[in-house]
Design a protein around this ligand. Structure first.
Ligand code: ATP
Ligand code: MG
Length: 563
């Protein structure tokens, strides 16, 4: 199956249909202008990639523009570190906001004026209820709320109090500014929502200029409006906020973008909550935000996933109005498919077992010709050194082979990839009874892997020449969580109880072919029969470190399970 290289030509989706219709009717003057609005309170994850690809992809498709906007209204949780990593990640994914990077905090002055405007129109008031009281007064889905006793303050009183809130006359949480909408509304978001809260906290951009901060709902739509966004795409949990989004635009009488909601991405065995990911980092369950097991885009990148694979995945999952959970295996499928096309094949042995070819002349070496990528003829060939002592995988030898095991075993002949046919003749064991060396003979007539007499072998195994191999560390990964839904918490335990204790296995005795000398960080390879690997950032001259990006489908493991 071949996937479109262009990320914006996926299956049809209803947001694209809406944009097409709006272009036809001229609703926004023939413009498409979207924005990606992360809060800089953590690293981006694979769920954000869906939003990024939608916003940037759809706009590009219609010749439109996309802004990057930091939704930074929460000074306590936001940091420059996150801003930097978000920019880096969006660029890595292959998208360009040109000169359009904005911050909601740039609009604090304008938002303040708009708040004053609503007070003057009798549509906002300063409320002295505590956060807890506001909650109690709000009512429930089945009961209407109660009006705040401060709801009918005069405009003058409200203006004066709001001014004093801004001036720092009151402690945190002492008062709020609320919109006067409808305490009996069926939509809880319309029951006099808070617009501003008092918070004496330094902001990563505005410093100590403000001690009142606007709420998300009082910020987002107006930021969209200021930037003349046409289609404000967000996830489904904001559907109930749309009436409020519309209320602010309408009551302020400002340009009114269209909010459109889509389903957020969920993946099996994966958590996509920044709060929970932060806990994994802070409590040391992983090595950092870019730990290759993390679903963050920086983790996925370090793991070796390509931006192309992620874009293809996002283009093909579509968008809908109901939230579901996708198989993590589906994402891995797109990763394999992309890496299959682009990665050179090499041979590496993860758990080495020494093989001595007794009839191969001591001191002799030769160079075998190996194909770099059977999917890409232009990748050419390379020379792989062969000699009398080799390493093969421990797994590729069984002293007592089960049925259907066709690899090396006593008396059995197998093919060495790009090498010769060899037959196992005897073994050496250590004191614990483990096989540490296999002695073989080779057939010189089978050079390159074929017998002139046409005899067949049932198995081809990979190898490296002991004298030429480079040492390497290889990190193998399993899913970070062992529960399909890591959010399901057992009684009295939190989500960390669902972590997979085997998510990382570090192998330090690996041997790789000399072709990999000096492999650059992040360069990717297929280790024949083992999967796709990428050079880790921990690699340094003389110390190669690889991450397994994704395994190849292991058919043997399936057979063995059935036996
Ligand atoms: P979290 O709940 O993990 O903190 P968030 O939604 O608050 O995530 P933001 O930084 O506000 O994170 O997200 C920026 C944009 O990315 C928003 O438009 C949001 O809807 C979108 N987004 C976040 N998570 C997902 C997801 N899992 N799938 C699709 N889009 C997402
Ligand atoms: Mg958010």
């Amino acid at each position: 199956m071949s996937e479109p290289a262009n990320p914006v030509t996926g299956p049809s989706n209803f947001i694209r249909d809406i944009m097409q219709e709006d272009l036809k009717t001229g609703k926004f003057g023939g413009r498409v202008h979207t924005r990606f609005p992360p809060e800089p309170n953590g690293y981006l994850h694979i769920g954000h990639a869906k939003s990024i690809c939608l916003n940037f992809g759809l706009a590009a498709e219609f010749g439109g523009k996309t802004n990057l906007r930091f939704d930074d209204t929460n000074p306590e949780k936001e940091e420059q570190e996150y801003v930097d990593s978000i920019m880096d990640t969006v660029r890595w994914l292959g998208f360009d906001w040109e000169d359009r990077v904005f911050y909601a905090s740039d609009y604090f002055d304008q938002l303040y004026e708009w708040a004053v405007q609503l007070i003057q129109a009798g549509k906002a008031y300063v409320c002295d209820l505590t956060a807890e009281q506001v909650r109690q007064y709000r009512g429930t889905l089945t009961e209407p709320g109660k009006e705040s006793p401060y709801r009918n303050r005069t405009v003058e009183e409200n203006l004066a109090l709001f001014e004093r809130m801004r001036a720092g006359d009151f402690p945190d949480g002492a008062r709020t500014l609320r919109s006067k909408i409808d305490m009996a509304s069926a939509n809880l978001n319309l029951r006099d929502p808070v617009m501003y809260r008092i918070l004496h906290a330094s902001h990563h951009r505005t410093g100590d200029k403000w001690c009142i901060y606007p709420m998300y709902d009082f910020t987002h739509g107006q930021s969209d409006s200021i930037e003349r966004i046409t289609h404000s795409i967000c996830t489904l949990e904001f559907e109930d906020h749309r009436p409020l989004y519309d209320w602010y635009c309408d009551n302020l009488g400002i340009y009114h973008p269209q909010q459109i909601e889509f389903d957020r991405l969920n993946l099996t065995y994966t958590l996509l909550s920044k709060r929970k990911l932060l806990k994994l980092v802070q409590d040391g369950y992983v090595r950092g935000w870019d730990d290759p097991r993390m679903p963050t885009l920086s983790g996925i990148r370090r793991r070796g996933y390509t931006p192309e694979a992620i874009r293809n995945f996002c283009a093909n999952i579509g968008v809908s109005k109901t939230t579901g959970i996708l198989e993590l295996a589906m994402l891995e499928h797109y990763v394999r498919e992309d890496l299959n096309k682009r990665t050179p094949r090499v041979m590496a042995v993860l758990r080495p077992l020494r093989v001595v070819i007794d009839n191969y002349p001591e001191g002799q070496e030769e160079e075998m010709e190996a194909v770099n990528n059977p999917e890409d003829a232009s990748a050419g060939t390379r020379k792989v050194p062969f000699s009398r002592v080799l390493y093969i995988e421990q797994d590729d030898y069984r002293e007592d082979p089960p049925k259907q095991y066709y690899r090396l075993s006593p008396g059995r002949e197998v093919r060495l990839r790009y090498g010769y046919f060899i037959t196992a003749t005897s073994i050496v064991k250590n004191g614990k009874g483990e096989v540490v060396e296999v002695h073989c003979t080779y057939d010189p007539a089978t050079r390159g892997g074929n017998a002139p007499d046409g005899r067949k072998v049932k198995s081809t195994i990979h190898w490296v020449s002991a004298a030429h191999a480079l040492d390497a560390e290889v990190r193998l990964y399993e899913n970070l969580f062992s529960k399909e839904n890591p959010n399901e918490e057992a009684e009295g335990l939190d989500f960390t109880a669902n972590l997979n204790p085997n998510s990382l296995e570090t192998l330090t005795q690996c041997k790789v072919e000399p072709f990999l000398a000096g492999a650059a960080p992040l360069s990717r390879y297929q280790f024949e029969r083992l999967g796709y690997f990428c050079v880790d950032a921990d690699s340094e001259p003389g110390r190669l470190v690889f991450n397994r990006t994704v395994a190849l489908r292991d058919t043997w493991a399936k057979i063995e399970k059935r036996l």
